[in-house]
Write a protein that binds this ligand. Structure first.
Ligand SMILES: CC(C)(COP(=O)(O)OP(=O)(O)OC[C@H]1O[C@@H](n2cnc3c(N)ncnc32)[C@H](O)[C@@H]1OP(=O)(O)O)[C@@H](O)C(=O)NCCC(=O)NCCS
Length: 141
């Protein structure tokens, strides 16, 4: 599973995948600002040259965060999100970061199982956090 840094030329694929999955509504400008932020680690997974997924971390020591992770439905359940997660957490550890935070919709079972499999623990929740009233579960690694 070849992981590489995301570049501006990936943005059409990133936006298309985000829209197919419908789980977040970032615009191109938001992704661009992540690409330009010195503390952001923006990764892409390609399978035989085909764009398959992405993840964005903020590497900020003990305040590090996983902002987003997504895998094309055609490539799901093949370990791609796990590989993206490992890559980000390895980098974080190399930079002496010891925590990584994230928030996820309460009903997003796939993502919650992924995070729990990789050592994230739920530590709090924010009721009615999302536009539609869904609760956010806060996880810490
Ligand atoms: C969550 C998501 C990133 C997982 O990607 P993936 O590449 O399929 O994940 P992996 O193959 O690495 O799965 C690792 C583990 O996560 C869990 N998991 C992943 N998908 C699951 C599903 N649909 N149902 C239950 N558990 C699931 C399993 O424990 C799995 O291990 P297993 O396959 O050995 O059982 C993917 O489903 C996705 O893109 N969802 C939409 C976007 C999203 O919700 N992102 C997270 C919020 S920011």
């Amino acid at each position: 599973m070849p992981i590489r840094p995301m570049t501006e030329t990936d943005l059409p694929s990133v936006l298309t995948l985000q829209n197919i999955l419908g789980f977040q509504k970032w615009n191109e400008k938001q992704f661009l600002s992540e690409l330009r932020a010195s503390y952001a680690l923006c990764l892409v997974d390609e399978e035989a040259g085909t764009f398959a997924g992405y993840a964005i971390f903020h590497l900020m020591g003990s305040d590090s965060e996983l902002l987003t992770i997504a895998v094309d439905p055609k490539f799901q359940r093949k370990g791609i999100a796990s590989t993206l997660l490992h890559e980000g957490l390895d980098k974080l550890s190399q930079e002496k970061g010891d925590h990584c935070f994230l928030e996820v919709r309460e009903g997003n079972t796939a993502a919650r199982k992924l995070y729990e499999k990789h050592g994230f623990q739920a530590y709090n929740q924010r009721n009615c956090y999302y536009d539609d009233g869904e609760t956010a579960i806060l996880y810490k690694w």
